[in-house]
Design a protein around this ligand. Structure first.
Ligand code: PMP
Ligand code: GLN
Length: 394
């Protein structure tokens, strides 16, 4: 019999999130691996969806998404970033994941190159492979001591671009490192995209999760970039409903038409009862958005302090749900093996960063922890992690 799976899919048979969540469930560990909150989103949003389901909003919505939600996304961009977006140029997708996949599938010819940073969100590599495109992953590395923030080397970034570059896929705030790329870094990425005539796909799903007063700068708002940028976000993150899988993408007409062409044959549409409810939620007052960020900032501080006290090196997180640590100071040489043992050692689950790298040596001893959990859950995780040194020595 022939190989049951196409060669390009073989490296992607399972995801670390599924593996670590299953391990956490099996062992009863606190799951700080997969990034999902353990509380529900705003009550008004939940009530709206319930009313829509019982009120008959259950059939196929229009292909591009319902007009109310597309308008609400456009208004959100104006309200937070002063960006003018035509609702006609907004496409509602099945999570940000489908928006990313549709963009890559629609834009790339086999052999085209996609520049992104590593570590990267795991769907990037799989989607690029599905499209038959080639991944060019530029390392984000922690800076020299005194500047422990992850950053790229501008020379390495320049070297990754070529005439074959079709897309640069930029994620800020960045999963898994918690890095927020600054205006200067984004400007360089933009310049290189212009020079190579590449499309920028900006994955901004963590746009409302920035800490310590940092501000999100959407790529599309930088001078000269709007006409080559597709911007992606998702209700899953902003409203703590990761299981709903409603996302969106907007950008210039021709690029968006390409994305729509691919999207309509992936899922066609989804999320009928969610869409009107999310439209309402996007208009929630500033206090909702402020509380989301300040709540998560406190959780980041709680978990980061606990991880530091447990003996791990903690790289400060400026955004997202995540904090990256180095477990080398504990005498551990391999993060993957460590994450498989961690639930048994102390009853906590995490994910190894090397699985998000094209070059696994880059993140060999790095481990990601999610802090989007209730404070009491984080406090219990911290108490358990306090036993880590002893457990490793036993
Ligand atoms: N991009 C990044 C960087 C993410 O962390 C996630 C969340 N899992 C996604 C995209 C996918 O978002 P969604 O669940 O809306 O598909
Ligand atoms: N985005 C979340 C994370 O990085 C979950 C992703 C997933 O389960 N596919 O943990």
């Amino acid at each position: 019999m022939r190989e049951p799976m196409a060669a390009r899919m073989r490296p992607f048979t399972s995801t670390i999130f599924a593996e670590m969540s299953a391990l956490a469930l099996r062992t009863g560990a606190i799951n700080l691996g997969q990034g999902f909150p353990d509380t529900d989103g705003p009550p008004s949003l939940l009530a709206d969806v319930a009313a829509n389901v019982t009120g008959g909003v259950n059939q196929y919505p229009p292909g591009p998404g319902i007009p109310e939600l597309r308008t609400a996304v456009a208004e959100h961009q104006r309200r937070f970033y002063g960006q003018e977006v035509d609702p006609e140029r907004v496409l509602i997708t099945t999570g940000a994941t489908e928006a990313i996949a549709s963009a890559i599938l629609a834009l790339c010819e086999p052999g085209d190159e996609v520049v992104t940073f590593q570590p990267y969100y795991d769907s990037y590599a799989a989607t690029i492979a599905l499209a038959g495109a080639t991944l060019r992953a530029v390392p984000l590395r922690p800076g020299p001591s005194g500047s422990p923030t992850f950053a790229f080397d501008p020379d390495e970034l320049c070297a990754a671009f070529s005439a074959r570059t079709r897309v640069v896929l930029v994620n800020t705030p960045h999963n898994p490192t918690g890095t927020v790329l600054d205006r200067e870094q984004l400007t360089l990425i933009g310049q290189l995209a212009v020079e190579s005539d590449a499309v920028i796909v900006a994955d901004e799903v963590y746009e409302h999760m920035l800490y310590d007063g940092r501000e999100h700068v959407p790529m599309a708002t930088l001078p000269g970039l709007a006409d080559r940028t597709l911007t992606i976000s998702s209700a899953g993150k902003t409203f703590s409903v990761t299981g709903w899988k409603v996302g969106w993408v907007h950008g210039p007409a021709e690029l968006l038409a390409s994305v729509r062409a691919a999207k309509q044959f992936l899922t066609y549409v989804s999320g009928a009862p969610f869409q009107p409810a999310i439209a309402n939620a996007l208009a929630l007052p500033d206090s909702f958005y402020d509380d989301l960020a300040s709540g998560l900032q406190g959780k980041r501080d709680l978990l980061s302090a606990g991880l530091r006290a447990a003996g791990l090196t903690v790289y400060p997180s400026s955004g997202t749900y995540f904090v990256v640590t180095d477990v080398a100071p504990l005498g551990v040489a391999d993060g993957v093996e460590f994450c498989w043992r961690l639930p048994d050692l102390v009853g906590v689950a995490a994910v190894p960063v090397s699985v998000f790298c094209a070059d696994p040596d880059l993140g060999r001893t790095l481990v990601r922890f999610a802090f989007c959990k209730r404070d009491e859950v984080l406090a219990e995780a911290v108490a358990r992690l306090a036993n880590l040194r002893k457990a490793l020595a036993a």
